[in-house]
Design a protein around this ligand. Structure first.
Ligand code: AMP
Ligand code: FE
Ligand code: FE
Ligand code: ZN
Length: 282
């Protein structure tokens, strides 16, 4: 019995709808799944309904963009009440910042005579939390570049002409939001962050768990974060970080988190009930 607790849909930068994602989860035999779109929970209701029909346990989640000491980190929130007003208000604010960033990126492209329109990006993204992958896809669709890599390499990555930094909330704010929505806060893919030295400070800010299993973690990386989990008494989670078909072969189900860790995650959340949960938290 396995779970995949790191999955994206088209409500952020994935390619599948929540219903399609649930079907893929069932098809690869997952006992449990979590939806963790960047800075949004919009897909959770429909994914929960689809998963229930297919007998896959659904954990509502999100992946918040945060920072500590100048390092970008991603904080996963699990078992959150997706109707929590404070969480929804903060996400709405964050989403409008993301949309303004898209306009800024497009304006920089226009400055160097790359004729992209922000409406084209918003239309292609058709979500509230758009990011650079949507700009890249819109550039391919408009015939301005040949592929996504070219868009990033020539224009979108750091030190390129259309680079615009991303607004990030503080790690403490992200963790507080998740806790206040009754959820459990987990550090995503620490192996990609290259800043283990800030882990003690994230723990101090209230971190509950660490994503040990991830597509881009080697066996030795997994072992390393087991030790850190042990040292700081953190829950262990894991997931594929599947974005649908956007990066070639779908990753869903290729990272297998033993179900016992899901039990521990739920037990932690049960001790932290959101005042707004009112029994209706899907
Ligand atoms: P953003 O959050 O808007 O800064 O965009 C970050 C996303 O861009 C991440 O999900 C990355 O997977 C994606 N990304 C970064 N570099 C590349 C690249 N060279 N090709 C394709 N996707 C990329
Ligand atoms: Fe992503
Ligand atoms: Fe991430
Ligand atoms: Zn992710």
């Amino acid at each position: 019995m396995f779970a995949d607790l790191h999955l994206h849909t088209r409500f952020s930068d994935g390619t599948w709808s929540p219903v399609e994602l649930a079907a893929k989860a069932a098809a690869c035999g997952l006992r449990a799944m979590a939806l963790t779109d960047h800075d949004t929970v919009e897909g959770c209701d429909s994914c929960a309904a689809a998963a229930a029909k297919l007998n896959v346990e659904f954990i509502p989640g999100t992946e918040l963009t945060a920072e500590l000491d100048g390092h970008e980190i991603h904080i996963l929130g699990y078992c959150i009440n997706t109707r929590n007003p404070e969480l929804l208000a903060e996400m709405a604010r964050f989403q409008s910042v993301r949309q303004n960033r898209i306009r800024e990126i497009v304006s920089r492209l226009n400055d160097i005579n790359v004729p992209l329109r922000s409406e084209a990006v918003f239309q292609l993204a058709s979500c509230n939390a758009p990011g650079r992958p949507h700009v890249a896809r819109a550039m391919v669709a408009a015939g301005l570049v040949n592929n996504l890599d070219e868009a990033f390499e020539r224009f979108l990555k750091r030190n390129r002409p259309a680079w615009v930094p991303k607004f990030k909330m503080s790690a403490r704010t992200a963790i507080d939001l998740i806790h206040n929505a009754g959820g459990v806060a987990v550090l995503a893919h620490p192996g990609l962050n290259h800043c283990d030295e800030i882990i003690p400070d994230i723990v101090e800010a209230g971190l509950d768990g660490i994503e040990c299993f991830h597509t881009k973690h080697s066996t030795s990386t997994v072992e390393h974060y087991f030790e850190i989990a042990d040292e700081y008494n953190l829950l262990i989670t894991g997931g594929s970080d599947c974005h649908g078909m956007s990066k070639g072969k779908p990753l869903i189900g290729t990272v297998k988190l033993p179900y016992q860790h899901v039990e521990k995650l739920k037990a932690k959340a049960a001790g932290r009930k959101s005042p707004d949960a009112a029994g209706s938290n899907a």
